[in-house]
Design a protein around this ligand. Sequence first.
Ligand SMILES: [Zn+2]
Length: 352
Amino acid sequence: MLKKFLTCFTLMLVLTLATMTAAYAKPAELTGIKAFELDNETVRIEISYRGGKIQDGDISSDFSLDNLRVELNNTLPGRVNRISGTQIQGAARTLIEKVLVNKIAERKTSIQFHFKPVLENGGVTVNLEPANRSEKKDARVVIDVKKFYAQDELSTGDFNGDGRVIVLDPGHGGSDAGAIGPSGVTEKSVSLAVSLKAQRLLTASGYQVVMTRTTDIDVAAPGVSDATELQARVDKAPPNAALFISVHCNAFANGKANGMETYHAPTAVKGARLARLLNEELERLGGLNNRGVKAARFYVMTHSKCPASLIELGFITNPREEKLLASDDYQQKLAQAITNAVNRYFNQGGFD
Ligand SMILES: [Zn+2]
């Protein structure tokens, strides 16, 4: 009887000690989640932590089309419980819509990444790398998410424009440089370069593209009134024009102003749809801060005979965006965004 009790007691003690040891191994405290674009195809997510260890066996993940759920054993949510602990930077915002951090058990944290529909036609590969402990900073769990844009499906060969006439209007030109960036990049050169690239893509998709200008000129003449110059652009559209897209860059006195926006005339239903599609594609491929779809009474939109939109690609007065807008690669992305938006305009909803 006594011996049995002792055995039982010993076993209990061992169990208690084991439980205590596990309980006292210090859990890691999550200190931040950062997501940024590593290259054109990859968004890197870094989960940083301190105060404990996360080992390979502590990490599990589950991926579905628009959701990545990562569970970390032996962790406390720490300060990432607050919104301020997560940073989604630049182009990563085109991929990640939402991050949800939850304590799901005593020492278990779940982090859910909700992706935007850009992943619709693709897959994602997730690499879980063990933390880099050689750094003095917080240790990290690194997850690479490969993007596969729906762009593939919408690329030039896939949609036939059936000869529809698209008017592209590169803003400004000739005597009018438009806005000028801090390092001297002009709005007229960016609007022309992007429009010419879009002309090539749209033509390859079977559209007929009419340009209001293809070189550095005033469309009416130097020195005429704004209305005369802008009317000359509207007049370039033939009677059978299907869409009119005017391409511009934004400017502001404060160089910190940033982002992209698209416009339509106030009561223009089709123009609003065009502006929305342009906005979605520019956000998806350009990745700048999205200032939204807005109504305004810009001359070329209110005088156009066909659905029209004016797009502001970014702030040329913002040093970072000026650099992007001047880059050939980035211009190509914007041209692709315009092309995708036009394809979607005719591909969806049975308009026109
Ligand atoms: Zn402009």
